[in-house]
Design a protein around this ligand. Structure first.
Ligand code: ATP
Ligand code: MG
Length: 241
């Protein structure tokens, strides 16, 4: 389980991005963090893998306070799909996917086998795409490479920052279906950031709505939909939070 207990984050300069955020994500479940631009979604992900430090509160994974863990070791157990895919532009798709295995010192043969497996897992043709650079791939393909890279060392936890944000509605829908299939097969503990209500309701077990750095609502997709006054229903009707 990942637990955030009363977590706050004030950036240098004084902007309070998160205030008193408490969340729990059970093993094998997906939490969607839903909210408008600037509400603190990326900040939450970056706190979980210690790219930044909380100003107050506690974050634990599997009962261990992340501050007591070696950050490198911690990040090895957390796959991170960065906003806008964030692939290294000077590396081919395959080298991007092999980033973590290379850091872990896997042999070229083991890396190569794992790449082939991962390309298949995310539905990309290895033969035609492995040696292309990110700018030679479509947005949807880049997104899949980003996911393959995050899954490379089979981490128990995966953080995804607006993975389908920049895609057309049809590709988005296809990748969401793919996500649901992988979710059922891999049973990772995941945090999925999105500003798309329907995506959050479709993909997550629990949806937390962030407004100005605090959790305004949290519940299951079914529970939130059934609550007439929920922000989810306001958003679905096209209203503002
Ligand atoms: N390094 C930083 N220093 C100061 N303020 C920051 C920093 N990073 C983010 N912020 C501010 O913190 C707030 C939350 O940022 P964050 O990136 O978490 O938003 P977000 O919900 O991911 O938004 P988006 O949907 O646009 O990606 C924003 O107001 C942002 O300007
Ligand atoms: Mg963001």
């Amino acid at each position: 389980m990942i637990a955030l207990e009363s977590v706050s984050k004030t950036y240098p300069g004084g902007h309070q991005a998160l205030s008193d955020v408490s969340l729990e994500i059970n093993d094998g479940e997906t939490l969607a963090l839903l909210g408008t631009s600037g509400c603190g979604k990326t900040t939450t992900l970056r706190l979980i893998n210690r790219l930044i430090e909380a100003s107050a509160g506690r974050i634990s994974i599997g009962g261990r306070d992340i501050e007591t863990l070696d950050p490198i070791e911690l990040r090895r157990n957390i796959g991170y799909v960065v906003q806008e895919a964030g692939l290294f532009p000077h590396m081919t798709a395959r080298l991007n996917v092999e980033t973590v295995p290379r850091l872990l010192g896997w042999s070229p043969q083991r890396r190569s086998e794992r790449s082939r497996e991962l390309f298949a897992l995310v539905g990309l043709d290895f033969t035609t795409l492995a040696d292309r650079y990110p700018n030679q791939l479509s947005g949807g393909q880049r997104q899949r490479v980003g996911l393959a890279r995050a899954l490379a060392a089979d981490p128990p936890v995966v953080l995804m920052d607006e993975p389908y944000g920049a895609l057309d509605p049809i590709t988005r829908r296809q990748l969401q279906t793919h996500f649901l299939d992988l979710k059922a097969r891999l049973k990772k503990t995941m945090v999925l950031v999105t500003h798309d209500v329907e995506e959050a309701l479709r993909l997550a077990d629990t949806v937390a709505i962030l407004v100005d750095g605090h959790v305004a609502e949290i519940g299951t997709p079914k529970g939130l939909r059934a609550t007439e006054s929920s922000l989810v229903n306001t958003f679905l009707r096209g209203g503002d939070a």
